[in-house]
Design a protein around this ligand. Structure first.
Ligand SMILES: Nc1ncnc2c1ncn2[C@@H]1O[C@H](COP(=O)(O)OP(=O)(O)O)[C@@H](O)[C@H]1O
Ligand SMILES: [Mg+2]
Length: 254
């Protein structure tokens, strides 16, 4: 069977440092896979490779059997893979709904001729897009905040808005870089519930997560990255309870 997403022998060097070193793994469709490992293990770097922001020195990534080598980020989004960034990258001087609109494909406003000769058509298309953006905000529990400026949203609401934006791309495989970091206990529960609901909607999730409690709650499968290499893969129970991995992860702090 063709793997859903497969990384094979991926290597990325920054000067003398190998951020990814013969990194290989597969992830399965419809699952929530958590990507864990100590700081600097290469988690964000593999996201950058999968989404076309970085070209690996060697190795490749394939999605549903198709090699993504050399593809531009936009083409990879169109193929169905979208990601969030560890730092938020929201437009803080726009409203929540306008942030989502900016990620919806197919900007009608980019057709000036249609706007002049078919203004009603363009107007109704824009209304539909706005409704779609509002529906996505509703999905993540932010409909009451649609018209608020992002700078007035709480940190937890901004983290939800980031997920709304990645949903707006329509991608089926979502790569989320630390969606739960820095959240209060209540907001954390909300994000975990949302991720499960997205899975029920048919999305596949690859999630960088540090909180082992969150990993145990949401992961179907865990990838443990260490020094740019896949060190272990398994169920949350086996990974979290492996003393050798805990030693690497927490440096004996436990
Ligand atoms: N653009 C870059 N230039 C130089 N070194 C980088 C760059 N990006 C990441 N690194 C280094 O690569 C390693 C992996 O980084 P990263 O993928 O961000 O780790 P993680 O997300 O697992 O914490 C780290 O040692 C980091 O300092
Ligand atoms: Mg990172």
């Amino acid at each position: 069977m063709t793997p859903y997403l497969q990384a094979t022998g991926v290597e990325v060097s920054f000067g003398g440092l190998k951020a990814l070193n013969d990194c290989s793994f597969t992830i399965q469709q419809g699952r929530i896979t958590c990507l864990v490992g100590p700081n600097g293990a290469g988690k964000t770097t593999i996201f950058n490779v999968i989404t076309g922001f970085l070209r690996p020195g060697t190795g490749s990534v394939s999605f549903k059997g198709q090699a993504l080598d050399g593809w531009k980020p936009q083409a990879i989004v169109a193929a169905g893979i979208a990601r969030t960034f560890q730092n938020l990258r929201l437009f803080i001087d726009l409203t929540a709904v306008d942030n989502v609109l900016a990620s919806l494909p197919g900007q009608v406003g980019e057709e000036p001729v249609a706007a002049i000769f078919r203004p009603f058509h363009v107007g109704s298309a824009q209304r539909r897009r706005r409704e779609e953006a509002r529906a996505i905000l509703d999905r993540v529990g932010l409909s009451a905040r649609a018209n608020d400026f992002v700078r007035n949203l709480s940190y937890g609401e901004q983290k939800l808005l980031i997920i709304a934006r990645v949903l707006a791309t329509g991608a089926e495989l979502l790569l989320l870089d630390e969606p739960a970091s820095g959240l209060s206990a209540g907001a954390l529960e909300g994000v975990m519930t949302l991720l499960r609901r997205l899975q029920d909607d048919g999305k596949t999730l690859l999630v960088v997560e540090h909180n082992t409690r969150v990993v145990q709650k949401i992961a179907d499968d865990v990838l443990f990255l260490h020094q740019g290499h896949l060190m272990a893969q398994g169920s949350p129970e086996t990974i979290v309870n492996d003393p050798a991995l805990a030693e690497i992860y927490f440096g004996g702090a436990l």
